[in-house]
Design a protein around this ligand. Structure first.
Ligand code: ZN
Length: 230
């Protein structure tokens, strides 16, 4: 292998590993952020469901109170009619009919409120379950980072000096070209597969891979700029 290729490869191997380690660390942190957001939204859902249940309970209580008072009114009005103590018999009959109609309506709305209560309770239970699993997911994401953080930092600590040494060793003419590849987020090394670059599919002339294979010269792909591997 041509010495340019060896030098580029030494730096590239370090950089690739550094990139992978950093990406892994970032992904672990992103997972925690996402789990925190999910927990936040699950907590909000629980609060909303709790509020809905509270207001359903209040509406049910108000309905029951009103129903109780109309039931008392019905008993009192019937008594007046039955005992003949109503000052105006026809008015008392009309009042009784109105009271009975109101009781019917309140009984109906009572049934609807019961449905609403049950739905609100089920909703709250579901929201609480979701919050529970969001809490567990956040704990798992934090444990994941805690277990991998040390090894990632340790490996970075080992590889960074190796990268420095490889960089020191690289021919000065290669450095700006290499940095250019890195800046463009392109691979520094490419393979030739069926006479084309494995990364960008640019045709690689026979002389180029003959030179490369024999180690006579180092070439870069004219498409993506990667150094061609034998
Ligand atoms: Zn290419």
């Amino acid at each position: 292998m041509h010495r340019d290729l060896v030098e580029v490869s030494n730096v590239w191997q370090c950089d690739s590993r550094i990139d992978a380690l950093k990406a892994e660390h970032e992904a672990l942190n992103r997972a925690i952020k996402a789990a925190e957001l999910a927990l936040e939204s699950a907590t909000q859902s629980v609060a909303q469901a709790d509020q809905a249940l509270t207001s359903a309970k209040a509406a049910d209580r108000a309905n029951t109170r009103e129903l109780d008072s109309y039931t008392e009114k019905r008993t009192a009005t019937r008594q007046m009619i039955d005992t003949g103590t109503a000052p105006d018999y026809a008015a008392a009959e009309r009042q009784l009919a109105n009271v009975i109609a109101r009781i019917d309506a309140l009984e109906n709305s009572g049934l609807e409120l019961l449905d609403r209560l049950e739905a609100a309770q089920a909703h709250l239970r579901a929201a609480e379950r979701e919050r529970e699993s969001a809490t567990a997911a956040l704990a798992a994401a934090k444990a994941d980072l805690a277990s991998k953080d040390g090894p990632i930092r340790k490996e970075l600590g080992e590889i960074l000096p190796r990268r420095e040494a490889a960089w020191e060793h690289m021919h000065p003419e290669l450095k700006p070209m290499y940095q250019d590849q890195r800046r463009k987020k392109k691979r520094a090394l490419v393979n030739v597969v069926e006479k084309t670059c494995s990364v960008c599919s640019t045709f690689v002339p026979p002389q180029v891979w003959l030179d490369t294979d024999s180690g006579k010269e180092a070439h870069r792909c004219t498409g993506c700029g990667g150094w061609i591997l034998p």
